[in-house]
Design a binder for this molecule. Structure first.
Ligand code: ADP
Length: 399
């Protein structure tokens, strides 16, 4: 069974074609600058040479047509006919309170996702464009939606309701949703597997540290708390996002800097985080390099980032009444030994102790805590695309 996984951004389309017999990737690629001048699709077939398609793509439908052509191309293709694609899995950012797990994309489901657009005005529209394009081009192929928010729908109400007038929750569905759910689910399951334990018996804290970063508390396989909130702006300090700040700062800046609502939103989403503190950039490699060569603000940015991760680990251990494992994943979590070390520094009192040598590992599954540590620390590369493919397979087979 071959499953095509699609992740659409406003001007991009990422894809991977999986052979679910052994979960291998037959091909993957990326279409960029969709709807803009200079659109390009880079196709990477397994065991064959990469091919770049410099072709105009006015919308996601054009991008899909080119990618499908690439998949069946005699030279760079990996299948001989589109009928070899059993199903398509789509990443969708926001499913509001409507879906707590992945579902088959029917007309009703698509309509429900359209209703979630006000909750994710930047993300859901391109996700939906990809779905529409796919349904138009492959009308007989089942499509499944996998949602970033779904995994966190198991949070208890006392975790997801904000202490604001309750009517705003009723009127706008204004509550904590959480994001990166597919990643938190994947790495928590993998961690249980690596520890040889049943998910039901584990309290796991998963740290997804990428450009966008969030932490989740996963108790018995269910997300019970997470650091992103109503939007992906909340929680940790990130590449360019501020994370949790005193909410009164928003009105203070509007009054004192004369900023509009949109402008403050821009400051908090695009000019803050480690970029805002360091002035160096948002890429953690650049910030680490600057800090190592004596840049104090870069060092401070890293310190703030790691401090927030560290106290969130403490909070979530308290929220769950204990912790058995802490997992690091995503670009920073998988690659930076220095940041992982700083994120758990001083947590020995909780039973967290890193094996310094094992912590030097990059990008592969490994338990990196000492053998005698009470709490296991794990490095688990995330694979959201594979999780989407697995869900899609399961839903299509159950049909
Ligand atoms: P996203 O998917 O949110 O864009 P990723 O999970 O791809 O993010 O992570 C991107 C981040 O990972 C970047 O900030 C990048 O600097 C960081 N990163 C990648 N490799 C390293 C490394 N070796 N050391 C530190 N940070 C790294």
């Amino acid at each position: 069974m071959n499953i095509l996984v699609i992740n659409c951004g406003s001007s991009s389309l990422k894809y991977q074609l999986f052979d679910m017999k052994d979960e291998s990737v037959l091909a993957k690629g990326l279409a960029e600058r969709i709807g803009l001048e200079g659109s390009v699709l880079t196709h990477k077939p397994q065991g064959k040479e990469e091919k770049v398609f410099n072709q105009p793509m006015k919308d996601h439908k054009d991008a899909l047509k080119i990618l499908m052509g690439a998949l069946i191309d005699p030279v760079c293709g990996v299948i001989s006919d589109m009928s070899e694609i059993t199903a398509v899995g789509h990443r969708v950012v926001h499913a509001g309170e409507k879906f707590a797990s992945s579902v088959m994309l029917t007309d009703e489901v698509v309509a429900a996702l359209e209703e979630c657009i006000p909750l994710a005005p930047l993300h859901n529209p391109p996700n939906l464009m990809g779905i529409e394009a796919c349904r138009a081009i492959l009308p007989d192929v089942p499509t499944v939606g996998v949602f970033d928010t779904a995994f966190h729908q198991t949070m208890p109400d006392y975790a997801y309701i904000y202490p604001l007038p309750y009517e705003y929750y009723e009127k706008y569905s204004l509550r904590k949703y959480g994001f990166h759910g597919t990643s938190h689910r994947f790495v928590s399951q993998k961690a249980a597997e690596m520890l040889g334990k049943d998910m039901k018996d584990l309290k796991i804290i998963t740290c997804h540290l990428g450009n966008g970063a969030s932490i989740a508390a996963v108790d018995g396989g269910k997300s019970v708390e997470t650091s992103m909130g109503f939007t992906p702006l909340d929680g940790l300090a990130m590449g360019t996002r501020c994370g949790t700040i005193d909410p009164a700062i928003v009105t203070f800046l509007m009054q004192n800097e004369g900023l509009s609502a949109k402008e403050v939103d821009g400051v908090m989403n695009k000019k803050s985080g480690v970029l805002g503190i360091s002035g160096v950039g948002s890429d953690f490699r650049d910030i680490e390099a600057a800090a190592n060569s004596g840049n104090k603000r870069a060092a401070l940015a890293l310190e703030i980032f790691c401090y927030r991760v560290r106290y969130t680990i403490g909070q979530y251990a308290a929220a769950m009444g204990g912790v058995d494992a802490v997992v690091f994943t995503a670009g920073i979590g998988e690659n930076s030994a220095t940041i992982r070390k700083a994120c758990v520094n001083g947590l020995e009192f909780m039973g967290i102790k890193l094996d310094e040598k094992k912590n030097e590992t990059r990008g592969k599954e490994l338990v990196i805590s000492t053998d005698d540590a009470k709490v296991a620390v794990l490095l688990v590369p995330t694979n959201e695309e594979l999780m989407i493919a697995r869900d899609t397979k399961e839903i299509v087979e159950a049909k």
